[in-house]
Design a protein around this ligand. Sequence first.
Ligand SMILES: [Zn+2]
Ligand SMILES: [Zn+2]
Length: 246
Amino acid sequence: MNPFKQLTHIIFPPRCAICGDFQWQGPFNPEDSPNPICHDCTSGFNTIDAPFCTVCGIPFNSERIENHPCEDCLRTKPFFQASYAPYRYEGPILEAVHRLKYGQKTFVANAVGPLMAEFVKTRFPLPEPFLTMPVPLHPKRLRERGFNQSLLLAKQIAAAMNQELDFFSLIRPKYTPPQTTLSKKERQKNVQNAFRLKTPDAVSKKNILLVDDVATTGNTLNECARVLKSAGAEAVFCVTLAKAVL
Ligand SMILES: [Zn+2]
Ligand SMILES: [Zn+2]
């Protein structure tokens, strides 16, 4: 650790990005380079492990079966090839998303972004090069929040994997109420035609990694994927930090 960083760590002891607790319990050791997330929070992360749906990523209850497409994905094939998340949307991960999105704690993205990048490297059959794109916010929501949490995460992934980031081509011209306030049926309708490509050429023949914070029904990601595919995208893969497992 460089001396400047050591000094700032003495003046501002690092806190966990999720729960805010101080990272050092014992005597101060400037050689310690703590993880931005504390041990308690990390051990409370619930990962989504096999067996899971190879398309939408939902985990299956039985441990004895292989990964395979779920019934929903077989019945209505999504526009994306696959949509995976490393964690279930609960516990410290839910807290992390809330701090990031509603608590304006943008540094949370720096702590969880690298975990998502690591997950993409290991889980996704994603051909390189690929274009990393965040799910866009409507300009009104962007003004209210001040930042797009999905862009912060996408930036981390693109940088860690040395891939191009495009947060300009896919736009959200339709203002819609938050998906969380709606029923399952209403959610699909809500995001219908909400997205558009400003520069369709940008995605033509490209492999896309679409990034969002949380997937619940997957309607938002699927609608983005539909727009990208209709503009000639080769394949669309989606990654979210968390998936709500109902
Ligand atoms: Zn913590
Ligand atoms: Zn599925």
